[in-house]
Design a protein around this ligand. Structure first.
Ligand code: ADP
Ligand code: ASP
Ligand code: MG
Length: 421
């Protein structure tokens, strides 16, 4: 069972979580619980780091931000004990949950589930802070924002759990963020592949890596709400959203339990920033010069557009990076200005990426055309486009995000009212 920040926000909410956990345990299940920091806490800690040192050392950042989960894991263990249950917390380094790669973006390498399983077999409920691990050097690491989802899936895989229930503040995965589109519909099931795309383009209900890991390890993941009444039934009977394989999805469609759409969901992402380099030399190696220093600094580049060279053998290159990395990207590119040989560096954080996702696109033409036309009808300008086999993304002005998502949700027939009609 994994509980997100809103579910853990304060002792009263933690008591409700403890009740849900106790019910699962009382049903004869051995339970491991992964918890997030209280809602808003990680943001608060990140801000402290920025105030202390704008170009902070990621290793020390990890020491600070991992503390939010340490607090909630201890509090949940205490609350479970107060309800008469046996429970203890297991910090990342105590398991240990080993991670590799850079601080603040660490990946799970291995988890020693032995002590955890022994404790669970002795009747103890294991409470594990999400988001955190330990590096080979013995230092604390964190796994990127939203990383508790990945901790939960990794723990589930390590102990061979029957299921990984991700409890959050909505009761499942919807056709789009239900906080933006009131007519969003809850999906009974969504494939790993689609969920992976949706998460990677901004549907923050699950961290992208958690979905990739679940797919690789075959972990059964369910998304459901912790905001239920005191007499709620345990999760086995709650209709959350199951993340399923394509074969399972085909069965659900054949049995008439799920209706296949060309577009499964729409996501938006306001956390990217646009970088434009003007008058870059139009010759072999020029683009490599731009992206090599960014790659070395572990800065992820997403959309890339290189215009057709104009006269004098020059071209403009536009791309996006996470807003959180913009300052570092800018500093690196300014540093390499002579090597790259560009004229001006222009940045813009007021952009958003809107994406439509669905396996139905593989066999159905016209999904992208519908997107472009629907946005054009509302006067929304498209600044860049990228596609994959099951996704089309466009970059637009950030102020038009909500409008674009609503317009597309209607255009693809996803509105809840359409279903009833
Ligand atoms: P937690 O703190 O539990 O990890 P998050 O805030 O990370 O929760 O994720 C849950 C939020 O994801 C929801 O409140 C919702 O606003 C947002 N969200 C975005 N896209 C979707 C979607 N397609 N379906 C459900 N929720 C979504
Ligand atoms: N607390 C961390 C965050 O806010 C991890 C998580 O909640 O999943 O990003
Ligand atoms: Mg989350």
């Amino acid at each position: 069972m994994k509980f997100g920040g809103t579910s853990m926000a304060g002792t009263e909410r933690i008591r409700r979580v403890a009740n849900l956990v106790r019910k699962q345990a009382a049903g004869g299940n051995q339970v491991a619980v992964v918890v997030s920091a209280m809602a808003g806490e990680t943001d608060r800690l990140v801000n402290f780091c920025r105030e202390a040192n704008a170009l902070y050392d990621p290793a020390e950042y990890d020491v600070v931000v991992a503390s939010g989960e340490q607090v909630t894991s201890g509090l949940l263990a205490l609350t479970l004990q107060s309800l008469g249950a046996k429970a203890r917390s297991w910090l990342g380094w105590q398991l240990p949950l080993r991670t590799v790669e850079s601080h603040a973006k660490a990946r799970v390498e291995s988890i020693d589930g032995e002590a955890l399983i022994a404790s669970m077999e002795s009747g103890e409920i294991a409470v594990i802070p999400g988001f955190q691990g330990v590096s080979d050097e013995g230092r604390i690491t964190t796994m990127g924002r939203g990383g508790s989802d990945t901790s939960a899936v990794a723990i589930a895989a390590a102990i061979g759990a029957d299921r990984c229930d991700i409890y959050t503040d909505v009761d499942g995965v919807y056709t789009t963020d239900p906080r933006i589109v009131a007519k969003a519909r809850k999906l009974k099931a969504v494939t790993y592949e689609e969920m992976l795309e949706l998460a990677s383009v901004g549907a923050k209900v699950l961290q992208t890596r958690s979905v990739g890991l679940a797919m690789k390890e075959g972990v059964r993941v369910q998304v459901l709400s912790s905001f239920v009444g005191d007499d709620a039934v345990p999760a086995d009977d709650l209709p959350g959203t199951m993340i399923v394989s394509e074969e399972e999805m085909n069965e659900l469609v054949e049995n008439g339990e799920v209706e296949r759409q060309h577009v499964t969901g729409i996501a938006h992402d306001k956390n990217e920033a646009k970088v434009i380099l003007t008058r870059v030399p139009d010759k072999p190696g020029a683009v490599a010069h731009i992206f090599e220093p960014l790659a070395r600094a572990s800065i992820n580049v997403d959309m890339i557009i290189q215009n057709v060279g104009r006269d004098k053998g020059e071209t403009d290159v536009t791309f996006t990076v996470p807003q959180a990395d913009l300052a570092r990207a800018q500093a690196l590119l300014e540093d390499k200005r002579d090597d790259i040989g560009y004229n001006r560096l222009i940045t813009d954080s007021k952009i958003a990426k809107i994406s439509v996702v669905g396996v139905g696109m593989k066999s159905h033409a016209g999904v992208a055309a519908t997107m472009f036309q629907s946005l054009a009808d509302r006067g929304i300008n498209i600044q860049a486009i990228t596609t994959s086999e099951i996704k089309v993304s466009v970059m637009i002005d950030e102020d038009e995000t909500e409008l674009a998502v609503r317009v597309l949700h209607t255009a693809y027939g996803l509105d809840a009212a359409d279903e009833a009609a």
